[in-house]
Design a protein around this ligand. Structure first.
Ligand code: AMP
Length: 396
């Protein structure tokens, strides 16, 4: 795996795909700099070698047309502050404006190109557009995990114009290593905690990880499809009737593969999908009509705790309750605390995929787990066992 450490950038121009799709407020101020912070080590490595950095990114969904609201010019000052160098800006990512700005760039300088998605060719993965981009740099560095599952011009296609001179930036390399640690080289026992709303959105992940894990903890809204399939009464809980057969099939597969599956045994049920609903703890397979399970119960959490604390490698994807409502967030917070404790005891813990990161950030767990993935969709596809085109393009 070629990383940025395999190159010396002295006198070279690094064309770096970053993910600066950061949130802006109504006055176009950056409200969360974490994605910019995450790219900083890669940019600094190039500058410290004596090279220059040309940064390219998308922002929002301008759908192939220039849209001043999604201009990366809004973030120039923030990027300058984070990196510690006054960043220059090119009003387009290809064409004369970009070429002139690139030509004028000196060692130690950073140039940010305008939003790639102002050109429809970016998302179309257009080859001649990718070739135009490739002319900006001597070395192509991909450091954008969040878009690694897209075969876009700047994330994948451009790599073919750098047959030898392409590599992963620090962030992307870290993501790849973290996923590998869970999916391939993790110390046993390996435990996956899968929550979230629906079986249907997690099915490919479940099928893939059955070959990788020793324990599978299932929580959240997915629970009820499994429980009902096994003959339990789930009341008004979220349930995908058309996935019940699949749920039974998963349990069978897990048994055949010697994977222990832990489902909730008790839940906090509510008489409405609301934070102010009446609640009661009930057995998971005896939820009365008119009630729905919205969080894990105390007996369940005790079981989850034992499994998590005995694990050496932990993957967490999806909350075990409706964490957005305070009264149903306790289970998810408890699971986060168990993972924290296991991590302190030496386990490797990875959180990521979909909305998991939102829950982790909301409760301050990002400092406590070993690694929080920066890419929602890219992480999900990795867990599904798919080869991400952006990663394959560097390896190939
Ligand atoms: P996902 O994006 O698939 O990880 O799903 C996350 C969503 O699942 C969150 O918005 C949670 O509120 C929701 N969720 C978790 N547990 C339940 C439940 N018991 N009933 C309904 N929704 C749930």
């Amino acid at each position: 795996m070629k990383t940025i450490d395999d190159f010396n950038f002295e006198g070279k121009k690094a064309l770096i795909r970053v993910d600066f799709n950061v949130p802006l407020d109504g006055d176009f101020n950056v409200t969360d700099t974490s994605r910019i912070d995450a790219a900083k080590p890669t940019i600094l490595k190039v500058l410290e070698d004596g090279g220059s950095a040309i940064l390219m990114s998308h922002m929002g969904r301008p759908k192939g047309k220039a849209n001043p609201e999604m201009s990366l010019s809004h973030i120039v000052e923030t990027v300058s502050n984070v990196v510690g160098v006054q960043v220059k800006f090119a009003e387009d990512c290809v064409g004369t404006k970009a070429e002139e700005a690139v030509a004028a760039l000196k060692s130690g300088e950073v140039l940010l190109l305008e939003n790639l998605r102002f050109h429809a060719e970016e998302e179309a993965g257009d080859e001649s557009f990718a070739e135009e981009l490739s002319k900006h740099g001597d070395v192509y560095v991909n450091d954008a995990f969040g878009t690694a599952h897209r075969a876009h011009a700047s994330t994948t296609i451009v790599a073919k114009f750098f047959p030898e001179n392409k590599c992963f930036g620090y962030l992307l390399a870290k993501e790849i290593k973290a996923i590998d640690k869970v999916m391939e080289t993790g110390e046993k026992p390996v435990t996956a905690i899968l929550g979230g709303a629906k079986v249907s959105s997690k099915i490919t992940i479940i099928e893939n990880i059955l070959d990788k894990v020793d324990n599978l903890i299932i929580g959240g809204g997915m629970t009820y499809t499994f429980v009902k399939a096994k003959g339990g009464k789930v009341g008004d809980s979220i349930c995908e009737d058309d996935k019940m057969e699949l749920a039974l099939e998963i349990l069978k597969q897990a048994e055949a593969k010697n994977v222990k599956v832990y489902l909730p045994v008790d839940v906090l049920a509510a008489d409405d999908f609301s934070n102010t609903a009446n609640t009661q703890f009930v057995e998971v397979n005896e939820i009365p009509d008119g009630w729905q399970g919205l969080d894990a119960g105390p007996k369940t959490l005790e079981i989850f705790k034992q499994v998590i604390l005995a694990s050496k490698t932990i993957l967490w994807n999806g909350p075990v309750g409706v964490f957005e409502m305070e009264n149903f967030a306790k289970g998810t917070i408890a699971v986060g605390n168990y993972i924290d404790e296991a991590t302190q005891g030496g386990a490797f813990s990875l959180v990521g995929g979909g909305d998991s990161v939102a829950a982790v950030k909301q409760f301050g767990f990002q400092e406590k787990v070993s690694y929080v993935s920066t890419g929602g969709g890219a992480m999900l596809e990795s867990l599904e066992g798919k080869t991400l085109p952006g990663i394959a393009a560097i390896l190939g």
